[in-house]
Every structure is written in C-alpha cells, then in structure tokens.
Design a protein around this ligand. Structure first.
Ligand code: ATP
Length: 356
C-alpha cells in the first residue's frame, strides 16, 4: 500500500508551469528524497502533498484514500502528515512540551503527557521538556521539530531541507538520528533536498527532478550506475565528459572504441565517465591510453587525480579519476588509463540538450 501517491499532478503559478504531470508513489515506511536544482518544483510538490497548496490538476492519495482531486481537497490538519521545515518553525512562545502537545489535542491530558515524554526520549531530548526554543541549539531545535512532527504518529512525514541550517558535523549526526527515528516508527518520508550526497545517504529511493518533472525515480545505486540521461548522470555524482560520433555501432573515444548498438550511424554523442570509471590499466592489446599526471588531492578514502591525455583525437583531453590512496601515481609521471564500462554512459547530444 502506498503511504503517498501522486497521479498526473500538475501545478502552475500564473503562466509558469512549476510541476508538470508528476507521478510518484511512496511505500509504507519508505524514505524518498526529492532531489533537483533550485526552482525545479520540489517544494511545490511537498506543499501539495501537505495540503498547503490547493491541487489544480491530478490526484493525491494517502493509504489509498483520496486526499485531493478535482472534487476534494483536504486541509493539512486532516491529512495525518507531519511536517518539518528548514527553519524548524517551532512556536517561540511555547516550551518544548507545549510545542509537541500542540498536535495532540485529540488525546487526554495524561496520554498527551506520556506521548510527549516518549517522543522526546526517542529524539534524545527528554531533559528539555520545559526549555524554550531560543535557548536550544540548531540541532536541538531540529530534534524537537522532528518530535513534534512524529508525536501524533502520522503515516507520512514531509521534510523540506531540514538539515541545511546545521554545520557539517552536526548535520551528519542529525541525519543519522532522523533516519533512525523515522525507520523505527515505520513512518514513510518525503524529503526535499538539493544535495545529492544527502539524498544518497538517506533515500531508499530518490526522485530526480528537472523543470517540474521527475526524470528518474530509483534507488541511489541505480541512479549512480544506470542514469536515465545526461542530466541525471551530471546531477547524481561527478563525470568526465567528451564528445564522439557513432560510426557503425561504435563510438571512437580517446580510450578506444565503445559499442553503442542502439544508436544510428552519425549520431553525435556525449560520453560521460564517472570519476571512479577511469582506472589505471596496462597497455594490453592496444586498449587504454597514455596520460600524464597533473595533480592529485587526498580526499579521505580516495584521491582525486587530474590527468592530461595528449594523444587524443583532437585537442588535449583533461580527465579526473578517483583512485584508491594506495594506487595514486606521482605528479609528473605517465601511466595508462582505461575505462570501466560499467561507469561509462553514452547519450545522444541532441537528447541531452533537450533534457538540460
Ligand atoms: P528551491 O530548491 O530553490 O527551494 P524548488 O525546487 O523547491 O526550489 P519550488 O519552490 O517548488 O522549487 O518552485 C518552483 C517554481 O515555482 C519556481 O520557479 C518558483 O519561483 C515558482 N514558485 C513557487 N512558489 C510560487 C508562488 N507562490 N508564486 C509564484 N511562483 C512560485
């Protein structure tokens, strides 16, 4: 059963098409990220799901029950949805317990008290019952905002860039805690983010959006290894890019010929290779290409290395590779590079232009 399902949802602001025929379904207990560049329509989808924006076209169901279509449009308080915004939106004049009790008016006073205690314990804020929001750190406010959202035990929580106000170290910690609490409570989540790493870290599945549309909806691993188009390949991970022309089922690249069986002769293509898709090889049977090492940077578990390939088909070609720390060649040295075909993608250039 889908915790949330959007069918053919479109939304305009005047002449602007902010959301264009979106279909999206989130399973019970699933964590889905909505990822895309600024202005692509992520927040509008969240607001439509929450009932904060009136549905213009399409249908929204929660647990198979219609919450909005051309006849009905339930207000936010009738949708059993928890909301957490970027700025936490806690009531400044209420203490932590009253902030959380706000959504629990349907419970008796003792039940409310118990629910507040239990939920604050889950987010590690049991000792802050009577603190006011302005006395709490950003991370603590975020935890209280999450507690307020989940206290009524909704089936669905909507998060709009909830970690963007936190510094990097705290952000990682709060992300982990948020994920744990939502999973422990089996709450389905739709989170808006423009940060691919955050989406990779948190999402069971990620919906990548561009210009009001969902361009691919898949688990992070699939988006990374099998992007639907060049936009997804660029947005979800880093790539090297070079042009080629399809010739009799092959495209000739500086790294040798790649098979492109489904492309017609003469198609101009973009070849995209993940930084991890360029590996150090040995020049066996003429595959691979010689390259000189320009610079390497240690980035924790791996190095990012810049190479220059001089015997390229036209101009010099510059590529980046992510290499294991033990495999990094010294700057100034030459080595042979090969492509890992699993991390190499070929798209028609014309198609790519339409997608961006
Ligand atoms: P960001 O990551 O910057 O928050 P987003 O992907 O969440 O962007 P939306 O906020 O959904 O994008 O906006 C989508 C488009 O609709 C943008 O062009 C935005 O300017 C426009 N828009 C959003 N809300 C309104 C509104 N109330 N009135 C007019 N235009 C709006």
């Amino acid at each position: 059963m889908s915790a949330l399902c959007l069918e053919n949802v479109s939304h305009n602001f005047g002449a602007l098409s902010a959301v264009n025929n979106v279909n999206l379904s989130i399973d019970a207990g699933e964590f889905v990220c909505l990822l895309g560049p600024s202005g692509c329509g992520k927040t509008t989808i969240l607001r439509l799901a929450a009932g904060l924006e009136r549905l213009q076209s399409g249908k929204i169901t929660m647990d198979e029950a219609i919450v909005a279509n051309d006849k009905a449009d339930l207000p936010p308080e009738k949708r059993s949805v928890g909301l957490v915004f970027q700025d936490y939106a806690l009531f400044p004049h209420l203490d932590v317990s009253k902030n959380i009790e706000f959504g629990l008016k349907h419970l008796s006073a003792p039940e409310r008290k118990e629910r507040v205690r239990e939920t604050l314990a889950q987010v590690g804020m049991a000792d802050y019952l009577h603190s006011y929001p302005h006395t709490l750190s950003g991370g603590q406010q975020q935890r209280v905002a999450l507690a307020r959202a989940i206290a009524p035990r909704p089936k669905l929580v909507l998060l709009d860039e909830p970690f963007s106000g936190l510094d990097v170290r705290l952000r990682n910690q709060v992300r982990e805690e948020t994920l744990r609490v939502l999973k422990e409570n089996n709450i389905a989540t739709l989170m808006v983010t423009h940060d691919p790493e955050e989406a990779m870290f948190m999402g069971d599945r990620v919906a990548i959006m561009n210009k009001g549309q969902i361009v691919q909806f898949a688990p992070p691993n699939e988006l990374y290894t099998n992007p639907a188009n060049a936009f997804v390949a660029h947005f979800f991970g880093e790539v090297n890019e070079f042009k080629g022309v399809c010739n009799d089922g092959h495209v000739v690249t500086p790294f040798g010929a790649l098979e492109v069986p489904n492309m017609s002769h003469g198609t101009v293509v973009d070849v995209l290779v993940r930084h991890e898709g360029i590996v150090i090889g040995e020049k066996v049977n003429g595959t691979g290409v010689e390259a000189s090492v320009l610079k390497s940077r240690m980035l924790g578990k791996s190095n990012l290395v810049d190479f220059k390939i001089s015997n390229s088909l036209s101009n010099d070609l510059y590529v980046k590779a992510r290499l294991d720390n033990h495999a990094v060649p010294l700057a100034g040295n030459d080595c042979v590079l090969e492509l890992d075909k699993r991390l190499t993608f070929v798209f028609s250039s014309q198609q790519s232009k339409q997608n961006t």
